[in-house]
Design a protein around this ligand. Structure first.
Ligand code: AHM
Ligand code: MG
Length: 331
């Protein structure tokens, strides 16, 4: 018997038909999947081609740009542009908002084509993260930056592992695996486990002394209850949390011995990192808040590269830390 698995595009077509949706989103998603597969191909063979080293330039965040970052950005831009469905894109790799099909475009895409850069020189897992919002179809589009709750979809590819997780607004969150023909197949519905025995905590433990006192106290009280896992690439860490439950955190850094190294706004970027994780977790039954205990998806971006602290995962844990974050600071 030949074994057949449902492909991602077939799954999405059925979903669009069931909800009487247009085919435009399918075309957009086809372009995103093509970009991911091409990035996957370059990353797989990158060590051999010698393209995992530094490119020698500095990106808008003031960080060294890796050659792979540039390749991944170029690939993503190409496919989004040729889909004809994107008005504007925001890329972690580009300072300015990227105008695309300003007349016919229907979607805004916010993406990080190669997240988890410290893993790149090792050929270890990285992520391609994206969020999608829809233009105003009723009248004039003012191209304002959308809050996460306005996204219609968000997802991530773990590269080169070959998994793809996609969340659709108020519909759910699914995971696909790449097969031997480079096709994403076999939708698996993601739901954060309510039972805490598999829950994990994920944060950069080397930073713990730099967190706010309330967060440090919470970690001291709670960490022994859960397994600890940290890959250093958001996509991989969120991948585990979506399956096992628990919480990923990248808190604000407020007590660094060198005050210049404090990051009171957090490290991760709101529009294409924190919101993507928060949106997927929401669709899998979870929640996410920032350093003020505000739901991440409610934050209206002022800047397309704005940073945010992030606490994301199983609802009971995120609610617990949110209460700590909302409590007045002890002097
Ligand atoms: P990047 O955009 O420079 O790759 O940084 C984002 C990454 C996330 O994938 C990851 O969760 C976090 O930064 C790790 O940071 P740290 O090395 O400080 O623990
Ligand atoms: Mg990034």
């Amino acid at each position: 018997m030949v074994q057949f698995e449902q492909t991602f595009l077939n799954f999405l077509m059925q979903h669009q038909e069931k909800y009487n949706r247009t085919y435009h989103f399918l075309i957009l998603m086809d372009s995103i999947v093509n970009a991911a597969k091409r990035i996957q191909y370059y990353y797989h063979t990158g060590a051999l081609k010698g393209i995992l080293g530094m490119a020698g330039t500095v990106n808008v965040q003031g960080e060294q740009v890796l050659r792979m970052d540039e390749i991944a950005d170029e690939i993503t831009k190409h496919y989004l542009q040729t889909s004809g469905r994107v008005i504007q894109a925001v890329s972690e790799e580009e300072e300015q908002i990227i105008p695309m099909n300003t007349d016919g475009g229907r979607y805004f895409v916010y993406y990080d084509p190669m997240d988890g850069s410290s893993n790149v020189p090792h050929n270890l897992p990285i992520g391609f993260l994206f969020g999608v919002a829809k233009r105003n179809l009723e009248g004039e589009e003012d191209c304002r930056l959308r809050a996460g709750r306005e996204y219609i979809a968000a997802g991530m590819f773990v590269i080169p592992t070959g998994t793809f997780t996609l969340a659709l607004k108020e519909a759910g969150c699914w995971r696909f695996h790449i097969d031997e023909m480079m096709t994403y197949v076999k939708p698996i519905r993601m739901a954060l486990p309510t039972e805490s025995k598999t829950w994990e905590l994920s944060f950069n433990s080397a930073n713990r002394e730099t967190y706010a006192q309330g967060v440090r106290d919470w970690i001291a009280r709670s960490e022994r209850k859960y397994a600890f896992r940290y890959l250093g690439a958001l996509a991989g860490d969120i991948h585990r949390i979506l399956q096992n439950g628990g919480m990923f955190m990248y808190p604000a850094i407020v007590n660094h011995p060198d005050p210049k190294k404090n990051r009171p706004q957090g490290k991760l970027r709101l529009m294409y990192e924190a919101n993507v994780a928060a949106f997927m977790c929401r669709e899998a039954g979870g929640h996410a808040v920032d350093e003020t205990g505000t739901p991440v998806l409610d934050v209206l971006p002022r800047d397309h590269h704005q940073r945010s602290a992030l606490y994301v995962g199983s609802r009971p844990l995120v609610d617990e830390i949110a209460r700590v974050l909302r409590a007045p600071a002890k002097s």
